[in-house]
Design a protein. Structure first.
Length: 226
């Protein structure tokens, strides 16, 4: 009884998060709002941080990594304008929270994580939710996953020093990517960059300043399916 009395009312916290952190700050994509209103974020947050599952900041998930702040997840998903038919590539599976949202918003998700333990935990969580339209890969996301390309959308959850050429090459015509990029002369600053590949060219646009863990890339690696 005591434990039950102490456990937070996650449903209420989730509704408040959608209202106060997402809608109030301008997230308008109804599919994104519905998916985030439905998905239990507490499943992706370690036991010790359950009270912060819906907090307005990143939360540690082990291995020195974090689950992104709800608003930034919503913002990146909104920018990708997913309609349900897309094949999406995600770099940095992390907790698997955004992976699960992508499963709800797109047709198929390929997600790459360099840390085996995080990928394995994410795999358990996604399976427990009954999701089936994803594939997790352990390896260097900077290489992408060329065997499943092209992708209508690519989302990168760790800050790169530059936009990896392999990812641009794996974008479909009309494909869009969101990626945090470190500013070369200001190492502490990162900008979220939107990339749109059209038939003839690749357009990039800076969206806003962000703070992500670094993308750790070993370009010589080859990726292994989980
Ligand atoms: N969206 C995730 C956040 C992940 S944090 C979530 O909500 O949980 C970023 C993740 O990127 C970390 O798990 C980190 O291990 C991973 N990462 C860093 N560099 C990478 C690389 N080169 N390839 C794949 N994953 C990488």
């Amino acid at each position: 009884m005591e434990a039950a009395a102490q456990s937070p009312d996650f449903e209420a916290l989730r509704a408040a998060m959608v209202r106060e952190q997402l809608i109030a700050r301008g997230i308008k994509d109804q599919r994104v709002l519905q998916a985030m209103a439905r998905l239990e974020r507490e499943r992706f947050v370690p036991e010790a941080y359950q009270a912060y599952a819906y907090a307005d900041h990143p939360v540690p998930i082990g291995e020195g990594q974090t689950i992104s702040q709800p608003y930034i997840v919503a913002y990146m998903l909104q920018v990708l304008t997913l309609r349900g038919s897309e094949r999406v590539l995600e770099i940095g599976t992390g907790s698997g929270y955004q992976t699960a949202l992508l499963c709800l918003l797109a047709a198929e998700v390929i997600s790459i994580e360099r840390l085996e333990t995080l990928s394995a935990q994410a795999a358990e969580r996604l399976a427990a939710l009954g999701l089936t339209n994803y594939r997790l890969i352990v390896g260097d996301g900077a290489l992408g996953a060329p065997s499943f390309a092209p992708y209508q959308a690519i989302t990168v959850g760790a800050a790169a020093t530059h936009i990896p050429q392999a990812l641009i090459a794996q974008l479909a015509e009309g494909g869009r990517m969101v990626i945090p990029v470190r500013e070369p002369d200001k190492p502490d600053e990162q900008v979220l960059v939107y990339v749109l590949r059209t038939r003839w060219r690749v357009r990039t646009r800076k969206l806003c300043h962000v703070r992500f863990v670094p993308l750790i890339s070993d370009q010589a690696a080859t990726n292994q399916e989980h």
